[in-house]
Write a protein that binds this ligand. Sequence first.
Ligand code: GRF
Length: 197
Amino acid sequence: MTEKIRTAIFISGRGSNMQALINACKEEENFPAEINLVIANKNAMGLHFAESQSIKTKIISHEIFKNRLDFEQEIHQELVKNNIQLVCLAGFMRILSPWLVEKWEKRIINIHPSLLPKFKGANAVRDALLAKTKKTGCTTHFVTAEVDSGLIIKQSEVAILNTDTEESLAKRILTQEHLIYTETLKIVAENIINNNF
Ligand code: GRF
């Protein structure tokens, strides 16, 4: 049997990227990763799908901790308890501190809806439209303490149409996100198995 990297996904919302990753792991027999845990910082919509796939879920609400370190220590313990080797952020709306990021160096990846380094931050699709550029896209990258700035793994371009609204553009980008995030998880998991980093 193929070795599989034990993976956790962090979400805060609908979890369509999470769903794409879960499906990829299940559909391809030799996929080098498996999703063992989904963590949300609130009662996120995506948790229902994870539960329907019999994946362990856990809500760790940032609101009940007195500071970010306590919140992240709880997350870290949950990851360790479940023997997690890799974390995928998928619409997780909390910024991780250097403490957690350093503990999980090269073991946390993220997806962002722009061609980084362009349009960092929470309004990447709107910012691309407002900038009147001709193209935008999405990026997967390793997570570092500086937001949306770690080493880029994969990117996919999406043309901006004159008729685009934030919603229509976000929808086309999302289709690409699902593709590159799946490919990224495969690449990163294979590299961990081969001890490349
Ligand atoms: C995606 O656009 C992702 O790039 C960004 O947050 C959104 C999450 O969407 N980080 P979903 O919850 O995966 O559907």
